[in-house]
Design a protein around this ligand. Structure first.
Ligand code: NDP
Ligand code: GDR
Length: 371
């Protein structure tokens, strides 16, 4: 019999990759999507199945993490073998602007899922994966960060996720539920949200190379992140729920890179060498060499400036994960390294931006993206 999974946050980066992965494994996949005034299913449109068809294996339900009646009804209807709780207001900076909502959706939302499983008598059937995060480590206590490193969350997002982490542990211990935290470090892809730093960089690099944008504005260039590819990380979500015992797991590459070097590597991918000058808010980057004849960038052109509006009230300076436990016990071997990730993102964004270039050449107005 095919297994049934429910993915909350199915329209997000990880939801889309995980749906593809589980469908390939023969699962029946149900996804929770929010009502929005415009279509919000871009990332999963290739998986869409006509609701009038019988025997569908990819089924979407309207829902919201802030509405327990809705979560209880859907879980009762589906009786899932596995729940992947990926839905969250996931932007750290935005969480400073919407702290209460973030606490409700990311923190209490997790409780609502766990409690629905318990109330419906599914504790022996349904396994729950909770999307925990390296943001829990926050202010550096120890490097590299492992399953035993103390938490010190530094944003309303991270504090909400800390509640979600511990309520997952508590339901496991109190009710003998199979509930696990995957403490995932940053993972990116061509469908990463456009306002996260990596995608902001690969989009802007493509636009600058193609003459569609002059400059990229960023915040803290010194922050260091352990970046992996989302495709590798969703495979681990599944493996975590297949383990004999429910446990918590760090998933990371074990390497860290400053934001500045991510910029440098993205530009290098299209043959543009950068020179960084200045410090702090006065730091800028200029074209040092342009080795690709397709791009007409002047040497010395300023392509990056720091804008302090992107600084956060409290920052997480350094994340570097120790994935030894997942490597040894689950056989975690990522396929992508940082170069491979950047190549994948740049290739995809160049193609996307070439469409804008054709429009511009045809006399149509193309928008600038600065956020
Ligand atoms: P995204 O922001 O791309 O996706 C988040 C998903 O949650 C979207 O489908 C979004 O819907 C949905 N969502 C947000 N709020 C609600 C709500 N109130 N009710 C229902 N659905 C909601 O995140 P990622 O895919 O990158 O991340 C997946 C999960 O993993 C998140 O919980 C994130 O916090 C966590 N995480 C992510 C990491 C990363 O590096 N990507 C690392 C560690 C943890 P909509 O599309 O309508 O906005
Ligand atoms: P993060 O990702 O906060 O680590 O959370 P993000 O890409 O937003 O920031 C990474 C680092 O880059 C610095 N930065 C900027 N960030 C953004 N977004 N925009 C900028 O212009 C910019 N300039 C510099 C940030 O200050 C930060 O240090 C992500 C999310 O996916 C979370 O949901 C997840 O839990 C963690 O990763 C692990």
């Amino acid at each position: 019999m095919a297994k049934t999974a429910l993915i909350t946050g199915v329209t997000g980066q990880d939801g889309a990759y995980l749906s593809e992965f589980l469908l390939k494994k023969g699962y029946i996949v149900h996804g929770l999507k929010r009502r929005s005034s415009l279509f919000n299913t871009d990332r999963i449109d290739h998986l869409y199945q006509d609701p009038h068809l019988e025997n569908r294996n990819f089924i979407l339900h309207y829902g919201d993490m802030t509405d327990s009646t809705n979560l209880i009804r859907i879980i009762q209807e589906i009786q899932p073998d596995e729940i992947y709780n990926l839905a969250a207001m996931s932007h750290v900076q935005v969480s400073f602007e919407t702290p209460e909502y973030t606490g409700n959706a990311d923190g209490l939302g997790t409780l609502r899922v766990l409690e629905a499983v318990r109330l419906l008598g599914l504790t022996n059937k349904t396994r729950v994966y909770q999307a925990s995060t390296s943001e829990l480590y926050g202010k550096v206590q120890e490097v590299p960060q492992s399953e035993t490193t103390p938490f010190y969350p530094r944003s309303p997002y991270a504090v909400a996720k800390m509640y979600a982490y511990w309520i997952t542990v508590n339901y496991r211990e109190a009710y003998n539920m199979y509930a696990c935290n995957g403490i995932l470090f940053n993972h990116e892809s061509p469908v990463r949200g456009e306002t996260f730093v990596t995608r902001k960089i690969t989009r802007a690099t493509s636009r600058i190379a193609l003459g569609l944008q002059d400059k990229l504005y960023l915040g803290n260039l010194d922050a260091q992140r352990d970046w992996g590819h989302a495709k590798d990380y969703v495979r681990m979500m599944w493996m975590i729920l297949q383990a004999d015992e429910p446990e918590d797991w760090v998933i990371a590459t074990g390497k860290t890179t400053p934001v500045r070097d991510f910029v440098r590597m993205s530009f290098a991918e299209v043959g543009i060498e950068l020179e960084f000058k200045g410090k702090g808010v006065d730091e800028k980057a200029y074209v040092k060499a342009c080795n690709n004849p397709d791009y007409q960038l002047e040497i010395g052109k300023e392509v990056l400036a720091v804008d302090s509006t992107y600084f956060r009230p409290t920052e997480v300076d350094l994340l570097i994960g120790d994935p030894s436990k997942a490597k040894n016990k689950l056989g975690w071997v990522p396929e992508y390294d940082l170069n491979g990730l950047i190549k994948d993102m740049m290739q995809s964004d160049l193609i996307l931006m070439q469409k804008d270039q054709y429009l511009k050449k045809g006399g149509y107005k193309v928008l600038n993206y600065f956020e």
